[in-house]
Unconditional design. Structure first.
Length: 309
């Protein structure tokens, strides 16, 4: 049996909660998260891919002992995939059995086959149901990948935590779920939906916080290598690249270098492993070779002048 932990009673407790889940957060994020939980409002998180938006919902689920219900958004997502659909196979079997036995008329049969037992519940409908561990954490991930009609459908769910099914009626959550919505901002989300949420922009971390993230998430990475990796990535983020590396790529790169038994960066290793950090060939071609060597020299010079971040 999963035991539900109480919600944090302050911003400081929210910071502690995230820290227990190995999430290194800024106070502004903890404040937005605390207020969203306290006032039962969805939290809308925008930011570049790989900065840790999705991870927040996972940490909340683990640290609070709540079930995580995840709706991964994509182009063409519809009600049947996100909310509910009828189990047509079971309905047909029920109709055939009724015809064979002749024990029900058409009107009563129609009511029977459109009852909850024939309903297939998808993530949004599942999230309205509390379990033994309390209301779930609902993650609506990458909402910007969907289209505007689905976005409009969410308004009822996020305003009143209810869903209307024409054949049954309105299903309302007895206890609202904790809702985290993420967007990589590939398109703008409509104001009507944003008004129903608290908002926070999740930015790339500064060097000190990224160093702390590496210490927490990849403690096996040598300290010297970790500092060089963070310094190199921080400089890449100031460049004109098609896709800047996120925190996820920083972690991947640091762990890959550790698997290669590297204790510090060198030009050859950087050229050989850029594919774990950068995901577009044009970006890799721009950095490989002399540019990578120039950045590395800058990083080493700064670290020599400043022993610790």
């Amino acid at each position: 049996m999963i035991m539900t932990n109480p919600l944090p009673a302050s911003v400081d407790e929210t910071l502690d909660l995230l820290q227990r889940g190995d999430y290194v957060a800024e106070r502004s994020l903890a404040t937005a998260l605390y207020l969203a939980m306290k006032l039962n409002r969805p939290l809308f998180l925008e930011g570049e891919a790989g900065v840790g938006k999705t991870e927040i919902a996972k940490v909340l689920s683990n640290t609070l002992g709540r079930r995580l219900v995840r709706l991964q958004c994509y182009e063409g997502l519809d009600v049947a995939s996100a909310v509910y659909e009828w189990n047509y196979a079971r309905q047909m079997i029920e109709i055939r059995l009724a015809e064979a036995t002749g024990d029900r008329n058409r009107e009563s049969l129609g009511g029977d086959i459109f009852s909850p037992e024939f309903l297939i519940k998808r993530p949004l409908l599942q999230a309205l149901e509390s379990g033994i561990d309390g209301p779930p954490v609902l993650l609506i991930d990458e909402l910007d990948r969907t289209d505007e009609p689905f976005e409009a459908y969410l308004l009822e769910v996020l305003s009143d935590f209810q869903i209307t099914i024409p054949e049954i009626g309105t299903i309302k959550a007895e206890h609202p779920p904790m809702v985290i919505i993420t967007s990589n901002r590939t398109r703008e989300i409509h104001d009507a939906l944003k008004r129903r949420c608290f908002y926070h922009w999740v930015d790339y971390p500064n060097a000190a916080r990224e160093q702390e993230i590496l210490r927490v998430k990849a403690p096996n990475v040598p300290e010297r290598l970790s500092r060089q990796v963070v310094g190199f990535v921080q400089r890449l983020r100031s460049m004109d690249l098609f896709k800047l590396p996120g925190v996820a790529e920083t972690l991947d790169w640091a762990q890959a270098l550790t698997q290669l038994d590297r204790l510090e960066l060198d030009p050859e290793t950087i050229n050989d492993t850029l594919g774990t950090l950068l995901k577009y060939q044009d970006d890799i071609a721009k950095i490989q070779g002399s540019e990578a060597n120039r950045i590395l020299n800058q990083v080493k010079a700064e670290l020599s002048a400043t022993p610790s971040l």
